[in-house]
Structures are given as structure tokens and as C-alpha cells.
Ligand binder design. Structure first.
Ligand SMILES: [Zn+2]
Length: 209
């Protein structure tokens, strides 16, 4: 089970800290002595042995994640040295952080854009159509007495935007990719706002009955 392949960007040859066998860092464990290795500096994609693309197989990713959880489980390191315990917990942390990014439609896009050198925090939506849409959303949400239809509509738009994002990433259209990512981020936030409103409406009903 310790054969989970983790690709490396930095192919400079190092060696296993325990048995000193030359080691390319492709595995979590030394291929010779099967001892856990320290974390390498890797992108979230490389950590899971994936090519950096937006359209990834989320089911397969989850499977790998669960496998890694098993392999790195603290129970497996109870009788190991402190150093191995430390490395396994550091590897767990890095693998978890990478998973959180990869499985999230917005964070995954941001990670890819970051690799392109885009500083996402500086970016703002400047598509007038999207700006208008967000104003209309705000108004509709403020006035809504039930959130069902708004939620269905926003979920559909979110899904459609993910599809659009896959396309613009493939076309390597950086400007459109940035705008679509911002749009998706906005829709994610709007979906949260809808949930908040739904809770408030429910609380009001309970308070008035
Ligand atoms: Zn070794």
C-alpha cells in the first residue's frame, strides 16, 4: 500500500534519510527501506500525482485521498521513531491541505492561476454582465420570502460556470479564466448567502409560531 506515487517538480536527486539509497522523492516512502520520507515542496497537483489541469477526476482523487489517509494513519506509526511520527504527521497535513484545494472548484482554479503567476487577490470582476447579475441577485435575495427557486437557479449557474471554466482553461485563455473564476467565487458566496437567508426565514417562522 505504500506505492502511492507522488510526482516531483524538483527532480534533483536526494537520498533516503534512513538508508541513504538515492531517492527521487516520487513516493511518500523510500522504495528501498519503505521508511516514511519528509515532505517535499510540491504543488497540490503534484502531491497527488496529477497533471496540473482544471478538469480532474474528483472521484479518483477522493479514492487516492482515502488511501493516503489509511497509509499515513497514526496507528501505523505507533511503534515507529519520533522522526517517522513527525514525517508522517507532516505528510498527512500536506496531503490534507492539497486535497482541500483540489476538490474545491474555486480553490483548484486559483491554484492553477497562481502557477501562471496571477495574483488573484488583486483581481476584480469587470464584466458588466456579471456585475449587473450580482446586483439583481442581491435585490432578489433581499426581497425573497422563500429561497428555493433562487437556490435552484444559483446552483445551475454554478454548475454551468464550472463547465465554462473547464473550457477556458483548456483554451488557455488567461483573461477569461480569471473572470470565470471570479464569477464562480461570487456564485459560491451567493449560495452561502442564500443558505443564511434560508436559516433566517426559518428562524422567523419558528419565532412567530
Ligand atoms: Zn530508505
Amino acid at each position: 500500500m505504500n506505492q502511492v506515487v507522488v510526482a516531483v517538480e524538483n527532480l534533483s536527486l536526494s537520498s533516503c534519510w534512513s538508508c541513504h539509497t538515492p531517492f527521487d522523492g516520487v513516493h511518500l516512502f523510500c522504495p528501498a527501506c519503505h521508511i516514511i520520507q519528509p515532505t517535499a515542496k510540491l504543488s497540490p497537483f503534484s502531491r497527488y500525482g496529477l497533471i496540473a489541469t482544471y478538469d480532474i477526476d474528483l472521484k479518483a482523487l477522493e479514492k487516492t485521498y482515502l488511501k493516503v489517509q489509511q497509509i499515513l494513519h497514526p496507528d501505523k506509526f505507533v511503534s515507529r521513531t519520533d522522526r517517522e511520527k513527525l514525517y508522517s504527521s507532516q505528510q498527512t497535513m500536506e496531503m490534507n491541505m492539497a486535497y482541500e484545494i483540489l476538490k474545491d472548484d474555486v480553490k483548484r482554479a486559483e491554484a492553477l492561476l497562481q502557477e501562471e503567476g496571477v495574483n488573484f487577490e488583486e483581481k476584480t470582476i469587470h464584466d458588466p454582465h456579471v456585475l449587473m447579475m450580482s446586483m439583481e441577485d442581491r435585490e432578489a435575495l433581499d426581497e425573497a420570502t422563500e429561497t428555493g427557486p433562487l437556490e435552484v437557479d444559483a446552483k445551475k449557474r454554478y454548475k454551468d460556470t464550472v463547465v465554462d471554466l473547464k473550457k477556458v482553461f483548456e483554451e488557455k485563455d488567461l483573461e477569461k479564466t480569471i473572470q470565470k473564476t471570479l464569477e464562480l467565487k461570487y456564485l459560491g458566496k451567493f449560495l452561502n448567502d442564500i443558505k443564511d437567508k434560508k436559516r433566517k426565514l426559518r428562524e422567523n417562522v419558528t419565532a412567530n409560531s
